[in-house]
Design a protein around this ligand. Sequence first.
Ligand SMILES: [Zn+2]
Length: 322
Amino acid sequence: DHMGVYGYPRDNTPFETEAAENKDYTFFTHAYSSYTQTVQSLTYALTQKNQYNKIPLVDAYSIIDMARAAGFRTTWISNQSRFGIWDTPIGAIGSACDDQHWMNDYIGTGVQTKDYDSILVPQLQKVDPNNRRQLIVIHLMGSHVSYWDRYPHAGFYKYPLDQSKTRSKDQVMIDEYDNSVLYTDHVLSEIMNVAINHLHADEVMYFSDHGELVTQNPGHNADQFEFQMVHIPFWIYTSPEYQKKHPAEFAAMKRRKNWLFTNDMAYDTLMGSMGLTSVKYDPTCDFFSRKYDKDITNMMTMYGNIWLREDVKALGTNYKNQ
Ligand SMILES: [Zn+2]
């Protein structure tokens, strides 16, 4: 809801706005998170468990387990804490990777960073491009509170455009948040530069763990649920070589850009993209599979407690599944 590329009036995503015009990128317009908070959302996104199956979380394999079992080299690059209590289950998933770069050693209950997200880019540069079978996970700090700690003011303190005017507290929060989105857009441009020109990546998938209600008391607390807290960006880059090799998947991507998606299906969608479709894979949750069967009648958020169809205003008329 605060990204220029998705129709927000401020142009705070110059890189993504341009990328959206490029056929190698597909921007999905109706993506939701499965929960309003980091750990809950990511444990479902990165494992077999999702809102639509009955697999107990303790028995669910992670995308890292499956990629490694299939001979992929796995790398985890994170600017979120490995040991903070909010992040521990995610730390456990990342700790299974062959190579790990944890740039944030904060231990505690807060969400603190020493460094801005661009610190992750040199770590990506270290990955060997000659290995053609690998999975790299990059976990950004993004726009998590406190927004003003998430971006360097030099170059990214763009809003308010008129800095002489007095602003309400709500407007200050909105400006800070929008600046943090502008900075994330810049980090994404740096990541894509390395992914394309150094790694020659076949595919890059980007999504956020959840959204945010940007007000004076900002956040994404589950007990004050608003749909803005689960509206997320979701886009995919595929290389021209990959598109040639997987024409059906690429065509499905383009055809389904306005379909409904929840990010707990990232696991099966990635499994499909990596060609890992024989075990621990559910094609009905792979967004680009012919067997994908999720639509307005059965899709949910908040761990299956809220129907997406209740978000009528945001759905508008241009969403479509089937
Ligand atoms: Zn989060």
